[in-house]
Design a protein around this ligand. Sequence first.
Ligand SMILES: *[C@@H]1O[C@H](CO)[C@@H](O)[C@H](O)[C@H]1NC(C)=O
Ligand SMILES: *[C@@H]1O[C@H](CO)[C@@H](O)[C@H](O)[C@H]1NC(C)=O
Ligand SMILES: *[C@@H]1O[C@H](CO)[C@@H](O)[C@H](O)[C@H]1NC(C)=O
Ligand SMILES: *[C@@H]1O[C@H](CO)[C@@H](O)[C@H](O)[C@H]1NC(C)=O
Ligand SMILES: *[C@@H]1O[C@H](CO)[C@@H](O)[C@H](O)[C@H]1NC(C)=O
Ligand SMILES: CC(=O)N[C@H]1CO[C@H](CO)[C@@H](O)[C@@H]1O
Length: 541
Amino acid sequence: MRFLGAATTTAFVAAALPGVVLGQCDGGEEVVPGQHLGTPINNTLPVTHIYSEVTYFKVKDPLGEHVCTDDPRSDFSLINYSSLNSTRQRPPNDAIQRAVIVCHGLRRDPQNYHAGMVKALIKATQSDPEISVDTVAVVAPFFPNGNDRGTAFPYFPDGEKQADRFPSPALVWSNTAWAAGAVNQYPPHRETVASYHALDQLLQWYGNTTRFPNLKQIVVAGHSLGAQLVQRYAAVGYTPQQLGLDVPVSWWVGDPNSMVWLSSERPLSTSKCPTYDDYEAGYNGYDTFGADRSGPMTYNLELVAAGREAVRANFEGKAINWGRASRDKGDQSNGDCAPYTTGQDRNERFYEFIRAFPPSCEDSSGDNCDTVDVVESGHNAPTMFESEAGLARLFRDNWTGDGARAYDFGYPRRTTFDDPHPDPAHAGDALLHTDDAVYAGNMTWRGCFTDVDNAQSVGSLPFRAYVGPLNSCTHCTAVCAQAGYAIAGVSWQHCYCGNAVGSQTVEVVSTSCEGPCPGDSAQICGGRNRLTIFASGPLRP
Ligand SMILES: *[C@@H]1O[C@H](CO)[C@@H](O)[C@H](O)[C@H]1NC(C)=O
Ligand SMILES: *[C@@H]1O[C@H](CO)[C@@H](O)[C@H](O)[C@H]1NC(C)=O
Ligand SMILES: *[C@@H]1O[C@H](CO)[C@@H](O)[C@H](O)[C@H]1NC(C)=O
Ligand SMILES: *[C@@H]1O[C@H](CO)[C@@H](O)[C@H](O)[C@H]1NC(C)=O
Ligand SMILES: *[C@@H]1O[C@H](CO)[C@@H](O)[C@H](O)[C@H]1NC(C)=O
Ligand SMILES: CC(=O)N[C@H]1CO[C@H](CO)[C@@H](O)[C@@H]1O
């Protein structure tokens, strides 16, 4: 992802050991999240926008195990980037009409996500002056890992015990485990706070109309790995009702690399991936997730124990706003085979997910209306936030509390199931990449299909007719028909024929087949590991 430029920072590594003792608070009162300023954490984190500041949010240990330093305010502390108002002061609570919580991606750069979101907010201001830094609270929580030591939180390399090396109350997670809700790794021996718990407490902080009397809507947004966090959190997270929130929450999920699957079925072959259903891809082993690195999962074990249908119902009860970048065909699975069982790249995985678990906007109250927006963009968070679709979901929808929300953005649609909140102005539009022609042998277009890839081991069509620069749909169907086959498949220079597709072959979204044919650039000849298929009868006998 391109962002506003990497901020350079000088590492903060304290020279001397501080006089702090971590332990159970003696007779300490119960900590209430945000009850007072979180304990400040020494750091050298950059601030990348004039309307941003680094602040600290006190997080309550869900199991009641407090962290005490000699700072009387101490308990777990989550670094959050908060927004300032137009006079660069903390806005008064009663001015806030909306809270947007934005989760950073793999690079753990909340300063850039905060700046990107504030930039989008300022863009929204241009057409609606009420929506501004004076009325919207943007907060970017930081989920640091050990690599951020000395920059995001103090580190004393000479400390004898781990507690001496990591003495601060900063919540720190192992590697990328925060994106799947694992418990914290530091402070050491206090490994009980799931990143999902920290998000719950942010929601409870804002979703309280005694504190924020004019708040109408909370949005939890994430792009890329931040979107994985948001999707997994929406799936297993407590409902706004369970959290006692007074205002609705919507979830903006932009371009995740993978998603937690809500059943044990997968659309593509699982034969190459025995671990395909393990958490964080499915829910096998949820309760021990992260135990090898910090502590086992502590979050909402009851829901997962109740089974997939219960998790699915929990997810489907929430308002999910999907943001899908049209040109994002990236993949960052880093050797993990599980994502490939749901698609070969982010584009396919997204459409397979919504095919399996269709978004809907049928609820008449509109409170849990899902939307799907296709945005002309690559894998780029600021572009997604600043698009018309982004501005609607992040800031405008239900701005006044009257329930108004924009229709889905991005036509023509890719599939029949990606339009949960259809724009009536586009009713009846043809889908992208459909082909109505009748080819040789009475073959017609059937769509885009998988072939051998990271998931599939069996080829899709048995006979390779030719490989050549003259390949086109017209030519390949003619050759296959003449040879007596009922099915033809094209992929770039390759032409395949058969009478049935292979056992592992499945149809995928049409945008996986976008390559112009070498012999006729007006026709589409498949894509990477993907075939455009034509047939005169059924694909399987
Ligand atoms: C932060 O660092 C300063 C200077 O090194 C030190 O005096 C102070 O006690 C530290 N505060 C915390 C909360 O660690
Ligand atoms: C900005 O915040 C300050 C301090 O809370 C407040 O007094 C002021 O009215 C706010 N400005 C605007 C324009 O809302
Ligand atoms: C809501 O906010 C008020 C005012 O800050 C506080 O007294 C109250 O405890 C909060 N309620 C909950 C459930 O946290
Ligand atoms: C809009 O916001 C109001 C006020 O928070 C809430 O009562 C209502 O349910 C929301 N409507 C929708 C459709 O989200
Ligand atoms: C061609 O296929 C269509 C259905 O796709 C069928 O109705 C028609 O009879 C077929 N024509 C021939 C000549 O087989
Ligand atoms: C809760 C939240 O997102 N923002 C908090 C960040 O930290 C500051 C200072 O502790 C609080 O005032 C904000 O409310």
